[in-house]
Design a protein around this ligand. Structure first.
Ligand SMILES: C[S@@+](CC[C@H](N)C(=O)[O-])C[C@H]1O[C@@H](n2cnc3c(N)ncnc32)[C@H](O)[C@@H]1O
Length: 327
């Protein structure tokens, strides 16, 4: 197997993206399944991150679609981007030239040109899952954590591999692997959410195998596909997209939100928590059981990290508004 070299691999994908013409933001293969997945990703994952008035960094920006979406819809202060591929840098520079608050750098994410904690929020989207070299992955995560003050959101494919390292251009690791490497850098997993595209993906994987066998045996990631392939993959998605929301999964694309561990955290939302022995804590943070004073939280309270960890660990279900932000 050829060793994965991110720069040559993604510059080749970039050449295929250029052939499509127009402003194409699908970073790999452009087919109806990935288009559907991207729209769902924008709505459920990207649009639910707080970018307002923040300094944002995307490592591995590809053709620039995520930065463009954030700049257009979320009013950030500055958007920084770092990508190892010259071709992706060129495409993104073209796609984003009308935005004065976006600054792109062609650089390996293992050496980010930013001061410690100079970025409010960082993100990666399908970047870490392609890094199969253990040292490279650790160094990249270390750099992102060093540059980020508060929150890192990674949106990566999740699978069953318990390994840091892999072969080729992709590895679907477990959530725990990511949780542990970020924990080593002082970041704690706060939120985990799956995109849920299982039924559409089943159909896509079946139809894609059929299409490749019949029409495109030499396909490389990013190559264009014909009209028959688009129809074969695309038509059933009109139905399978509704089934995806019914058959939830714990695999494939996930959003993982990490917070820098700090000692003083403020509770951002009103919280309704149910402790492990099912005593309810009301929205003002008053425990209905007098035996659980440490487990109540309410909006605006400031607690230490250790206290909040006790609350989180003791909590069986937590209202979705329960969120903590660094003071
Ligand atoms: C699958 S693409 C994703 C692009 C973009 N995040 C998106 O969602 O459209 C992966 C991108 O990560 C970049 N990349 C891979 N390894 C990198 C590294 N070590 N440092 C910076 N960028 C890297 C590639 O050049 C490529 O543009």
């Amino acid at each position: 197997m050829v060793k994965y070299n991110p720069e040559t691999y993604w510059s080749r994908v970039g050449q295929e993206i250029e052939k499509r013409g127009g402003q194409n933001f699908i970073a790999g293969d452009d087919n109806p399944y990935y288009r559907y997945k991207r729209l769902k990703f924008l709505k459920i994952f990207l649009d639910t991150i707080d970018f307002q008035a923040k300094v944002i960094l995307e490592v591995g920006f590809g053709p620039g679609g995520n930065l463009r979406h954030i700049a257009t819809h979320h009013n950030p202060t500055i958007l920084l981007g770092a990508d190892i591929s010259q071709k992706m840098y060129d495409i993104a520079t073209r796609n984003l030239r009308s935005f004065s608050n976006i600054q792109l750098t062609k650089i390996d994410g293992m050496h980010l040109p930013f001061e410690d904690q100079s970025v409010d929020t960082s993100l990666t989207v399908t970047v870490l899952q392609h890094i199969t070299d253990e040292a490279m992955l650790k160094r990249l995560v270390q750099e992102i954590c060093r540059a980020t003050r508060a929150t890192i959101t990674i949106m990566e494919d999740i699978g069953k591999s318990h390994q840091l390292a892999g072969e080729g251009a992709g590895i679907n690791r477990t959530v725990d692997i990511y949780k542990n490497i970020f924990a080593e850098q002082g970041f704690q997993l706060r939120q985990l959410q799956f995109l849920n595209t299982k039924i559409s993906r089943w159909w896509f994987e079946f139809s894609w195998r059929v299409y490749r066998r019949l029409f495109s045996r030499q396909h490389h990631e990013g190559d264009q596909i014909g009209a028959i392939g688009k129809l074969l993959i695309g038509l059933p998605i009109a139905i399978t997209r509704f089934l995806d929301d019914l058959f939830v999964e714990d695999q494939n694309l996930a959003k993982m939100v990490f917070d820098r561990k700090t000692d003083r955290l403020q509770v951002a939302g009103a919280a309704t928590a149910v402790s492990t022995n099912y005593n309810t804590i009301n929205t003002q943070g008053v425990p209905l059981s007098p035996f659980l004073p440490a487990r109540c939280v309410s909006a605006g309270q400031v607690r230490t990290h250790a206290e909040l960890e006790v609350i989180q660990n003791a909590t069986a279900t937590v209202d979705t508004n329960l969120a903590f932000k660094a003071r």
